[in-house]
Design a protein around this ligand. Structure first.
Ligand code: SF4
Ligand code: SF4
Ligand code: SF4
Length: 216
């Protein structure tokens, strides 16, 4: 069962990695550091605006454990109490955290109480990447609301097959080639928000823009 723990909301909003939102700084930084000095190479990635959450990412990767994982874009998240990416429809009513009320089959979504304000409670939802199998159940659930949960190919796990077996099975042509120095994608709406922030001299937003592949 997923436990709830308390943290300070100002603390997590001030954290640059959370403002950056989409992929953990550790994953991205480690990947880029590891590739420094190597020849330029394209990588497989998912265009999150095209993914329809069919489930093939969990079952068609050549690896025993799929290289595709869910990520959370905090800049799009509503920090909802009644999170449609976390709860089943029945669970939404009970808001219990019993396994049968939760969408995720592997307990990979961690719900943390962050703030009670004006009679409303707000929660942060983070992904335990090791536990996530890339099944997209939460992605489809979250799409009913803000769509802040989405899938990405984790570049520190993917072996970059010449022909990605998931790309072949993807019903929505969501797999794209991106350059190895910008191997992750933001949703277009999040990219727009980041550009607005960068225009106001937000350094964390500018750093993220510099690191992700933009679909121009
Ligand atoms: S993609 Fe599937 S396994 Fe991963 S966090 Fe979402 S529901 Fe859980
Ligand atoms: S390129 Fe290969 S390892 Fe990477 S996601 Fe596709 S099937 Fe999996
Ligand atoms: S195969 Fe394509 S549509 Fe299905 S979950 Fe993966 S990226 Fe999304």
């Amino acid at each position: 069962m997923n436990g709830e723990k308390q943290t300070d909301r100002r603390g997590f909003l001030a954290d640059g990695a959370r403002v950056a939102g989409v992929v953990s700084a550790g994953v991205l930084g480690g990947f880029l550091a590891g590739r420094r000095g190597q020849a330029e190479e394209n990588r497989w990635q998912i265009d999150p605006d095209k993914c329809v959450g069919c489930g093939n990412c969990a079952t068609h990767c050549v690896l025993d454990e799929s290289a595709v994982k869910c990520v959370q874009c905090f800049d799009m998240c509503g920090f909802c109490n009644r999170c449609t990416g976390y709860y089943t429809l029945d669970g939404l009513d009970s808001r219990d955290t019993a396994a049968e009320d939760l969408l995720c089959p592997t307990e990979a979504i961690i719900r943390t109480f962050v703030e009670g304000k004006a009679g409303q409670n707000f929660y942060e939802y983070t992904i335990d990447t090791d536990a996530c199998i890339g099944c997209a159940l939460c992605v489809k659930g979250c799409a009913l609301m803000n769509g802040s949960l989405y899938l990405q190919v984790m570049q520190d796990r993917c072996v970059n097959c010449n022909e990605c077996a998931i790309a072949v099975a993807c019903p929505s042509d969501a797999f794209v080639n991106v350059s190895s120095d910008k191997p992750y994608r933001l949703k277009r709406v999040a990219l727009g928000v980041m550009r607005q922030k960068a225009g106001k001299a937000d350094k964390a937003a500018q750093k993220l823009i510099d690191q992700v592949q933009a679909d121009e």
